[in-house]
Design a protein around this ligand. Structure first.
Ligand code: SF4
Length: 145
């Protein structure tokens, strides 16, 4: 069965595999537990950060009303209109890690975990990468595209 949703908690509870899509492309795919615990694509990373899944996974804070609530981070920018997604990585106008390498279509990369892959040239954990400040626009935003 194929289940389409934006609700990651529902994905975590009913699905075995997940395909993360942005701009009509699959940007990451794999077993739900693996993708949610070890996201590689920067969009997946942002989605998970903007969710409250960790509250339920963490025995220290899950379902504890005294744990307090934190503001959830958001992904900067907004989804481009249909037909206006950038060439190369479709997420690069919103990604803090975008650089000129992201102007080419990222190849699909399989991680070491069976069935887990992504299309990001600077995946989570890339030791050579320094994120731009949140206030810095992505390269296409600067060019007005
Ligand atoms: S680092 Fe580059 S390839 Fe990876 S999500 Fe950001 S813009 Fe896309």
């Amino acid at each position: 069965m194929l289940f389409i949703t934006h609700d990651l908690a529902v994905v975590a509870s009913v699905c075995e595999r997940v395909l993360v899509m942005y701009g009509g492309r699959v940007v990451e795919a794999g077993p739900v537990g693996e993708v949610f615990r070890h996201p590689q694509h920067r969009y997946t990373q942002g989605l998970l950060a903007a969710s409250d899944l960790d509250r339920y996974d963490d025995p220290e804070t899950g379902r504890d009303p005294a744990a307090g609530r934190r503001p959830l981070p958001t992904i900067p920018g907004s989804v481009p209109p249909a037909g206006s997604f950038p060439d190369g990585c479709v997420f690069r106008t919103r990604c803090r890690y975008a650089d000129p390498a992201c102007e080419e279509l990222p190849p699909w990369v399989w991680t070491g975990h069976p069935g887990h892959g992504h299309a990001c040239v600077h995946p989570v954990g890339d030791p050579d990468l320094v994120p731009r400040e949140r206030s810095s626009p992505a390269p296409d935003a600067e060019a007005g595209r």
